[in-house]
Design a binder for this molecule. Structure first.
Ligand SMILES: *Cc1c(COP(=O)(O)O)cnc(C)c1O
Length: 327
């Protein structure tokens, strides 16, 4: 499988990740959606990572990375930059393993998510008006304090951890042909695409981003990572750039992701309402973009067996109810 090893991660790393993180993460359920199947003319399954430990898939990659640290690195402590879900995942794993964790968040981060990280005992540092500013601050802090940075997506161990979702899909859905996956930095879709396409290169993998500052979408078009100013969106978990120097996820996504489509705020809201009403699932904006693309007719399944990843469910109930009332 030489063609699947050029990005710092291979299928074997994803299997190794699964063993390493098994005691910390959940194998999440898959729900067949009859409501979606009718509209798509074929079976559609929802992979419920909103029901994952910590409320998003991010704990898979974070656990794989943190469990691979040396004893000395663990003793010095770890650091993460986050819009919320990655920080919560890192704080959760750190608490389980008794490792001191520091999380840098921008002043734009959802207060609900910041509170969850604080409850897990992490030191929270609010700094900067954007994710990128919080990230710059974290790099300084990392050098001053000798902490190990746990990257949210651009790290082979993180990508391998997220790829364990791909293994679960392969095992639980024989005959699967298409996966539709939320996309920001590309760790989630990169890992899933690697797992699926190692098994069968004819799998289709489609990424979905919010239409407000979709950095990977524009980077793919430009042929290199670009920078965009952040914009407020219901999909707050998808906000942020590809990092100053992207090593892994940009080439991985460019190679293995067949298409990237964008969804509007109205379409994201409709998907959150659909998940709540028709599936009785609480899904946050960023977690609902792939579902939104299907509901809006922006991804054609051609009637083939399709999996839609619901990547997270961390949304304040009051906010979800407002979205539902306005939809
Ligand atoms: C982080 C996140 C994503 C995007 O994952 P990437 O690996 O950055 O592409 C999607 N959905 C949710 C809920 C997230 O927290």
């Amino acid at each position: 499988m030489d063609s699947f090893t050029g990005f710092g991660v291979c299928l074997g790393d994803i299997y190794a990740a699964r063993q390493r993180i098994a005691a910390i993460v959940r194998r999440t359920p898959l729900f067949e959606s009859s409501a979606l199947a009718g509209a798509q003319g074929g079976p559609v399954y929802l992979k419920a990572e909103n029901l994952q430990e910590t409320g998003s898939f991010k704990v898979r990659g974070a656990a794989n990375r943190v469990l691979s640290l040396s004893a000395e690195e663990r003793a010095r402590g770890i650091l993460a930059v986050s819009t919320g879900n990655h920080g919560r995942a890192v704080a959760f794993v750190a608490r389980m393993l008794g490792i001191p964790a520091t999380i840098c968040v921008s002043k734009e981060a959802a207060p609900y998510k910041v509170a969850a990280m604080r409850e897990l005992g992490a030191e929270i540092l609010l700094h900067g008006d954007s994710y990128d500013e919080a990230a710059e601050y974290a790099v300084r802090l990392q050098q001053e304090r000798g902490l190990t940075m746990i990257e949210p997506f651009d790290d082979p161990l993180v990508i391998a951890g997220q790829g364990t979702i791909g293994l679960e899909l392969l095992e639980d859905l024989p005959g699967l042909r298409l996966a539709v996956v939320p996309l920001s930095g590309g760790g989630l879709i990169g890992g899933i695409a690697l797992a699926l396409k190692s098994a069968d290169p004819s799998f289709r993998v489609v990424g979905v981003s919010q239409d407000r500052a979709p950095v990977m979408y524009h980077s793919l078009r430009a042929g290199h990572p670009v920078h965009l100013p952040e914009e407020p969106t219901l999909a707050d978990a998808l906000v942020g750039g590809l990092g100053v120097e992207n090593h892994y996820t940009f080439p991985l996504v460019r190679q293995y992701v067949d298409d990237v489509v964008l969804v509007s705020e109205t379409e994201i809201a409709a998907a959150m309402a659909f998940a709540l009403e028709k599936q009785h699932l609480v899904v946050e904006g960023g977690g609902a973009v792939a579902l939104a693309a299907l509901l809006a007719g922006k991804v054609s399944t051609s009637g083939e067996k399709t999996a839609v990843v619901l990547s997270g469910g961390n949304v304040e109930v009051g906010k979800l109810v407002k979205v539902w009332q306005n939809s």
